[in-house]
Design a protein around this ligand. Structure first.
Ligand code: UDX
Length: 456
C-alpha cells in the first residue's frame, strides 16, 4: 500500500517506520526541514528503542522516504495519516490548530480518492469537522473518506506496541474506507474495533483517563497504606492478580506525567463540562495527581527539619517515566524545581533526558552528572524520581559510602525495601510504613505552605 504520514513526532515517525517495515511504501511529511534531514541520516529526534534501525533499514530498501512537501507526500498515497500534535490549550481542551491547517491543505491537494486517517488524539466531533474542512477546501470534486484510528503507543515501547497492539480502533462511516483500513492491519491478527467517529474518538480519551484513574487510585491507597502500616506494593500485587483488575498501572509513585495523560484527562474533563456534565471522578483523579508530588516533597522537607537551604541531594531521574528522553509534564522536573525553590542544591542524572532537562531547568543550583554514582557523591540524600530499571539495581554499598546521611527517598518504589532496610538506610517510599516513616512521625508535623505552590 502507498501511505503518506503527516507529522514525524512519536506517533508519526514510529507509524511510518513500522508501516514501511510491513512492506508498504511510506512518505513521511513534516514542516521541520532540519528534522527531516536528521531523520534521513538515521538521527532520531526522539529516543525510542529500536526505532533508528527500522527507519534506516526501510530507507535503504526504498520503502521509506521523507519530504517537507505535503502535496508531494500525499500525491500517490491511498491512505494519508494525520499525526500532528494536539497540545493542551490554556482552557484545558486540545489545541487543534495543526489539525485544521493540515485538513485544509489536504483538501486543496486532493486529486484522487484517498482515506484520510486521524491518528492524533482529538476530542469528540473532530473527525466530522475535518471531513467538512477537507470538503470545503477541495479544488476538484474528489471523493475521499475520513477515518478515526487513535493510537495507544507508550513512549519507550512504541515500536513494540505498534507491532503488537492489544486492539486497533477504526472509526468510520464508509464501508470502503473500513475495508482499506482493515487490510492494513489484518495481518496482525489482533481485534479490530469498528466504531462510529465519536465512539472511536471517545475510546482514546476513556482509555487514557481510566489508566490515569488507576494511578491516582493506587496513589490514594498509598496514603492509607502508609498511615495504617500496610504496604501498597503488596496490596497492588494482591489486587492485580484478580483478572478483572489487572496488574498494570498500579505502581504508586509521585504521580503521572507525560505528553498524554495530563492533557487527555484535562481534555476529557473539558468535554464533560462542555456537555453540561461534571465528571466528578476525573476531578478527583487530577487533584490527587497534583497533590502527590507535594506529599513526596513534604517528606523530604520534614525529614530535614523544615529547611533545605544548604542541603545537596543526589537526584536520579528527570524523564516523565523510564525508557524515554521526554520531559514533557514530567513530575520529576517539577519536583526538582520545587526542591531548588526551597534552597536545595541538586546533583542530577537521567540516562536519556539530560539534554532536554538542561534546556528547561538551566544550570543554577543544578549539577548535571555523568552517571548515577557521581550524582549521589557527597550528598545529603538520594532521591529517586523516575522508574528507570538501572536505578532499582543501584549498589547500596556504594550509595552508603557516598551519602553524608543514610537516607533514601524513593518516589517510584523501585528499590527493594527489605534490602534497603537491611543495609541500614532510612527509607522513605510511597505507601509503605518503614523505619523512615516511624522516624518521620516523631518529628514536628506540618508542611511549609510554600511547597504547595509549584515551581521556583
Ligand atoms: C500513555 C498511554 O499508556 C498510551 O496508551 C497513550 O497512547 C499515550 O499515553 P505514555 O504517556 O507513553 O503512554 O506513558 P505511560 O507508560 O502510560 O505512563 C504515563 C505516566 O504514568 C508516567 O509518568 C508514569 O511514570 C506514570 N505511571 C504509569 C505511574 O505512576 N504508575 C503506573 O503504574 C504506570
Amino acid at each position: 500500500m502507498k501511505i503518506c504520514v503527516i507529522g514525524t513526532g512519536y506517533v508519526g515517525l514510529v507509524g511510518a517506520a513500522i508501516f514501511s517495515d510491513w512492506g508498504n511504501t511510506i512518505v513521511g511529511v513534516d514542516i521541520d526541514s532540519e528534522k527531516i534531514e536528521r531523520i534521513k541520516k538515521g538521527e532520531m529526534p526522539i529516543y525510542e528503542p529500536g526505532l533508528s534501525e527500522i527507519v534506516l533499514k526501510n530507507i535503504s530498501e526504498g520503502r521509506l522516504s521523507f519530504t517537507t512537501s505535503l502535496s508531494e507526500g500525499m500525491r500517490d498515497a491511498e491512505i494519508v495519516f494525520v499525526c500532528v500534535g494536539t497540545p493542551q490549550s490554556e482552557t484545558g481542551d486540545a489545541d487543534l490548530t495543526a489539525v485544521w491547517k493540515v485538513a485544509e491543505e489536504i483538501g486543496r491537494n486532493l486529486e484522487t480518492y484517498k482515506v484520510i486517517v486521524l491518528k492524533s488524539t482529538v476530542p469528540v466531533g473532530t473527525n466530522e469537522k475535518v471531513k467538512k474542512l477537507i470538503k470545503d477546501n477541495l479544488r476538484f470534486n474528489t471523493e475521499f473518506d475520513v477515518v478515526s484510528n487513535p493510537e495507544f503507543l507508550r513512549e519507550g515501547y512504541s515500536v513494540e506496541d505498534m507491532k503488537n497492539p492489544d486492539r486497533t480502533v477504526i472509526g468510520s462511516d464508509s464501508p470502503k474506507a473500513l475495508s482499506i483500513m482493515k487490510s492494513l492491519y489484518a495481518h496482525l491478527g489482533k481485534p479490530i474495533v469498528e466504531a462510529d467517529f465519536k465512539s472511536a474518538e471517545m475510546i482514546k480519551y476513556a482509555s487514557n483517563a481510566f489508566l490515569a484513574s488507576k494511578i491516582s487510585f493506587i496513589n490514594e491507597m498509598a496514603q492509607i497504606c502508609e498511615r495504617s502500616g500496610a504496604d501498597v506494593s503488596v496490596v497492588a500485587k494482591g489486587m492485580g492478580l484478580d483478572s478483572r483488575v489487572g496488574p498494570k498501572f498500579l505502581n504508586a509513585g509521585i504521580g503521572y506525567g507525560g505528553s498524554c495523560f495530563p492533557k487527555d484527562v484535562a481534555a476529557l474533563y473539558k468535554t464533560s463540562t462542555d456537555q453540561a456534565y461534571d465528571f466528578k471522578l476525573l476531578r478527583g483523579v487530577m487533584e490527587v495527581n497534583e497533590l502527590q508530588k507535594n506529599y513526596f516533597v513534604s517528606k523530604i522537607v520534614r525529614y530535614f527539619g523544615g529547611n533545605l537551604s544548604g542541603k545537596t541531594f543526589g537526584v536520579l531521574g528527570l524523564a516523565f517515566k523510564e525508557n524515554t528522553d521526554d520531559i514533557r509534564e514530567s513530575v520529576a522536573i517539577e519536583v526538582v524545581r520545587i526542591l531548588r525553590g526551597l534552597g536545595a542544591y541538586l546533583k542530577v542524572f537521567d540516562p536519556q533526558a539530560m539534554y532536554n532537562s538542561k534546556k528547561v531547568l538551566g544550570e543554577v543550583d543544578i549539577k548535571y552528572c555523568l552517571d548515577k554514582y557521581e550524582a549521589i557523591e557527597d550528598t545529603d540524600a538520594l532521591i529517586i524520581l523516575t522508574e528507570w530499571k538501572e536505578f532499582g539495581t543501584i549498589d547500596l554499598e556504594r550509595v552508603k559510602n557516598s551519602l553524608k546521611s543514610h537516607v533514601i527517598f524513593d518516589g517510584r518504589n523501585i528499590l527493594d525495601r527489605k534490602k534497603v532496610e537491611e543495609a541500614r538506610f532510612t527509607y522513605f517510599a510511597i505507601g509503605k510504613r518503614t523505619n523512615g516513616t516511624e522516624l518521620l512521625s516523631k518529628r514536628p508535623t506540618g508542611t511549609p505552605g510554600v511547597i504547595l505552590k509549584n515551581g521556583d
